[in-house]
Write a protein that binds this ligand. Sequence first.
Ligand SMILES: C[S@@+](CC[C@H](N)C(=O)[O-])C[C@H]1O[C@@H](n2cnc3c(N)ncnc32)[C@H](O)[C@@H]1O
Length: 232
Amino acid sequence: MNEKFLNQIINGNSYELIKQLPDKSVDLIVTDPPYELANKTVSKGFFSTHLNNLYEDFANANVMGGLQSEMLDEFMRVMKKPNIYIWCNKKQIPEYLNYFVVDHKCSFEIMVWIKSNPMPLYGRNYLNDKEFCLYFRKGIPLTTTYDTGKTYWITQTNKVDKQKYGHPTVKPEFIIDMLIKNSSKEGDVILDCFLGSGTTAACAKKLKRTYIGFELNQEFTQRAIERINLIN
Ligand SMILES: C[S@@+](CC[C@H](N)C(=O)[O-])C[C@H]1O[C@@H](n2cnc3c(N)ncnc32)[C@H](O)[C@@H]1O
């Protein structure tokens, strides 16, 4: 592995940056790419302003538009063995299952983060009250226990983390900690190509793993570096 990437947060386009990582150089990927969401404007209803602001935040933060499929091939190339957690919304599940399970014969888990206080919607739709984390592996033993082997988490929406780390889709550290502990050991190299506020790298550093983080947005990159520097 090129030393310049180890324990670094790099500002740039991960579709380009990942090409510089050697084949079979990463032990685990934990990543949270843009979700497959269409930008929409809600014109009426009590919560329309709130929803429109949310969509504007998402668009500004580059967290919409999905993942280009070429990245999946890059993920497979850089991993020593398939070992990847990938956050997504329901629309992305078929593509990821098809790629990793049907094409690459990985075993899988579908994990769910449930929000107990989702934003109300008005009529004719189910609530937007969960996010999915898919896990794909092949030839990787887990170190789960009865407590850490569960495949769902229920919390309130994490408004506090969003404010603290200045990112609209920050993931809870306790979930990422658990995933990293279950699927890697100290010293392992953990990659996140869509680092956002730095959650994966922060958890990896806390747990004595080696991290590599790529983030397109300069401001988020800076915040992630500051967050990680605070961890001893
Ligand atoms: C869903 S967020 C990740 C949030 C993260 N899990 C956290 O806890 O803060 C996705 C991130 O990917 C970044 N991103 C989008 N396209 C990218 C690209 N081509 N290269 C690198 N980062 C990208 C966005 O700027 C955004 O911060």
